[in-house]
Write a protein that binds this ligand. Structure first.
Ligand code: GSH
Length: 221
């Protein structure tokens, strides 16, 4: 059985977990704490990042690579639309969201999560780049009502796990929610997904439980 390694507070871990649960692919979760420093685990995920999976054939890291592997291994699950162009548009939404929004906002996470100060220079750069890239995302993300249009797709999974983080990071570090300000109602999207997909509720409940466990451990330390 596929093993999913990582932690439930990671949006990229939750992206893969959502796909596995949504499509009824059997898997088990293996908790891996960060930072990853031992060579045996680094052999599975060369840059020490989660998630990674362990299969009968070996290990794979990088969430998108893992999802592509699952799509190829389980074609009957239709993780992407059957039509090649529609499937490519879904991948485009995911790439634009993750590479040009989430990765940019990620520079704000140390301050949001552990209170490490972000320099004014970094804040200004992130705000400028993110503002431009959010406008780019809006050119292709219709939210009508799903990210790519009338139907739920893999792009909604990527949005569900990453948009709230981008919103919270910009709100807590830059002082305003750049998504809401740009007219992206990520809360309405999250509710839409949760109402129709119990899997989303499970992913979020597990994330909250993990955060609570971290807080409790930090208080004990
Ligand atoms: N491109 C990677 C990103 C994964 C990633 O950044 N994971 C974070 C947690 S959300 C991580 O493992 N960070 C630990 C580190 O960078 O040392 C993917 O899609 O899997």
């Amino acid at each position: 059985m596929i093993q999913l390694h990582g932690i439930a507070i990671s949006n990229y871990y939750n992206k893969v977990k959502f796909v596995l649960l949504e499509h009824g692919i059997a898997f088990e979760e293996v908790r891996v704490m960060l930072p990853i420093t031992d060579e045996a685990t680094l052999a599975c995920t060369p840059n020490g990042k989660v998630p990674f999976i362990r299969t009968e054939e070996g290990e794979l890291s990088e969430s998108q690579v893992i999802v592509e592997y699952l799509a190829a291994r389980y074609p009957e699950k239709a993780i992407f639309p059957a039509d090649p162009f529609k499937a490519a548009k879904v991948r485009q939404l995911a790439a634009v969201l993750e590479l040009h929004m989430e990765l940019v906002a990620r520079e704000l996470y140390p301050q949001m999560l552990i209170g490490r100060t972000t320099s004014d220079e970094t804040k200004a750069r992130v705000e400028r780049t993110l503002a431009r890239n959010i406008e780019g995302f809006k050119r292709i993300a219709t939210f009508a009502p799903y990210v790519g249009g009338e139907t739920f797709t893999f792009a909604d999974i990527c949005a569900y796990v990453s948009l709230p983080l981008i919103a919270l990071a910009t709100k807590s570090v830059l002082g305003h929610d750049m998504l809401l300000d740009a007219g992206i109602d990520w809360k309405a999207h999250a509710k839409l997904i949760e109402d129709a997909h119990p899997v989303a509720q499970r992913v979020t409940a597990d994330r909250k439980a993990e955060i609570a466990a971290f807080s409790a451990a930090a208080k004990r330390a």
